[in-house]
Design a protein around this ligand. Structure first.
Ligand code: FES
Ligand code: FES
Length: 159
């Protein structure tokens, strides 16, 4: 079987799978990284949202053969390491505002939130209500109001 190497949460990993296998299954079933959740499998629900080279992406929509050895995939498991802490400030805001209900969608929500804050900062501004309106992660429990509050609070806490 072909081998595919990339960087996962700061470490080089190699998966021995066919090239057309979607990255979400490689993460969850081959590498045992289960933070990214399976919801739709076609890039719509955003439950699997993680970061590819610092930007939000949906690994259920990416064949593993599309990754280069230098590509850096970060899942919710690796998010705290990006700030050298036990928890990322966005996760702390999430806990303080008690956002989660069943919790299933929340890793994807947090990864989207961090990417949105970074995107705004790269554009030289802070995240706005209009940015929050563009977030498309589905929450079947309907925690949207608390998610919006937590993204703003997490953004305030991010350096
Ligand atoms: S499982 Fe990836 S977007 Fe739905
Ligand atoms: S907290 Fe249950 S799906 Fe969002």
């Amino acid at each position: 079987m072909p081998q595919h190497t990339f960087i996962l949460n700061g470490k080089a990993v190699t998966a021995d799978v066919e090239g057309d296998v979607r990255l979400l299954w490689v993460l969850r079933d081959v590498l045992g990284v289960t933070g990214p959740k399976y919801g739709c499998g076609v890039g719509v629900c955003r439950a699997c949202t993680s970061h590819l080279n610092g930007k939000a992406f949906t690994p259920c929509a990416v064949p593993v053969e599309d990754l280069a050895p230098t590509d850096e995939v970060t899942t919710i498991e690796g998010l705290p390491d990006t700030v050298g802490s036990d928890l990322h400030p966005m996760q702390e805001a999430w806990l303080d505002l008690d956002v989660a209900q069943c919790g299933y969608c929340q890793p994807g929500q947090i990864m989207t939130a961090v990417a949105e804050v970074r995107r705004a900062r790269e554009a030289g501004r802070e995240i706005t209500e209009a940015d929050l309106d563009t977030i498309r992660n589905i929450c079947r429990c309907g925690t949207y109001h608390r998610i919006r509050q937590a993204v703003l609070e997490g953004s305030r806490r991010m350096e």
